[in-house]
Design a protein around this ligand. Structure first.
Ligand SMILES: [Zn+2]
Length: 277
């Protein structure tokens, strides 16, 4: 699809990546520096993704971060969190979700390791953007759950893409990862992008009174594993039974599975407008 075709099929206010997959020139390593944090000093690497705005048809950049501990090149089973931006959770300390706790957990966990990385992807609100996320929250105030709220707005449950994460890991020389996530679909999505995920490590977050229903919905309707805390009985992980099975602290998933074993279409192969439908 040409750039103009893509622009023509976008609805107002959308920004679309100019490249699905690892097209040369769409993703690039841009800058890096050391940043001391309360979890230790990380090498923070900025990657740029060329995107196209439907407002003016101009291309610009989305900037994503690899927050790196140690030297990753050639590394196997590197602990990695692929984390999507959540301004309301991480900056405002919103109690409606568990994003900040998951990010903090990952930085603390990886800060103690010899090497590892948090990939911080700029895709707010499972990719629908900040403004649409607030619209969905407004619907939730009227009793609609997080999945139905998106549908009522004509938006998909999840617009996130992980091709940039695959690019970052390849650029950093990572050979295989232990993925810190409760979301089995994220494992599948990354594998579809060519990332060798050796195992999944759950991230245990205690719910609060504001996010307990949100977390239940993620478990019941989106296949998230809510391992080891009181929401367990509400999960219905039949969606991803193979990954959800088992209750050990570390959940090995198909250690020898090839990267493209999911039988699903790679995320990068789905045109943006169709995912918006
Ligand atoms: Zn959040």
């Amino acid at each position: 699809m040409s750039r103009s075709e893509k622009a023509g099929r976008m609805t107002s206010g959308q920004i679309v990546s100019l490249g699905q997959g690892h097209d040369a020139g769409v993703f690039s390593r841009y800058s890096e520096a050391n940043i001391p944090t309360e979890y230790g000093t990380f090498r923070v690497v900025c990657y740029r993704e060329r995107v196209l705005s439907s407002f003016d048809g101009e291309s610009s950049f989305k900037e994503h971060l690899a927050i790196v501990k140690g030297e990753l090149r050639g590394g196997e089973e590197i602990p990695v969190r692929v984390h999507s931006e959540c301004l309301t959770g991480e900056v405002l300390h919103s109690l409606k979700c568990d994003c900040r706790e998951q990010l903090d957990h990952a930085l603390a966990r990886i800060g103690k390791e010899e090497r590892g990385a948090v990939l911080y992807l700029r895709q707010e609100g499972r990719g629908i953007g900040l403004g649409n996320k607030l619209k969905a929250y407004a619907l939730q105030e009227r009793g609609v759950d997080t999945v139905d709220a998106n549908r009522m707005l004509g938006l998909p449950d999840d617009l996130r893409r992980f091709d940039i994460a695959a690019f970052m890991l390849a650029d950093l020389g990572v050979r295989s990862v232990t993925l810190l996530t409760n979301n089995p679909l994220k494992v599948k999505s990354l594998r579809a992008e060519g990332v060798h995920v050796v195992r999944r490590e759950p991230v245990r977050i205690e719910p609060n009174v504001h996010n307990v229903e949100y977390l239940r919905t993620k478990g019941r309707r989106m296949g998230h594993e809510l391992m080891g805390h009181p929401l367990d009985e509400s999960k219905a992980s039949d969606v991803e039974g193979d990954l959800a099975a088992g209750s050990s602290a570390t959940d090995p998933v198909a250690t020898d599975a090839p990267a493209h074993d999911t039988g699903k279409r790679p995320v990068s192969a789905i045109p943006f407008p169709r995912r918006a439908g």
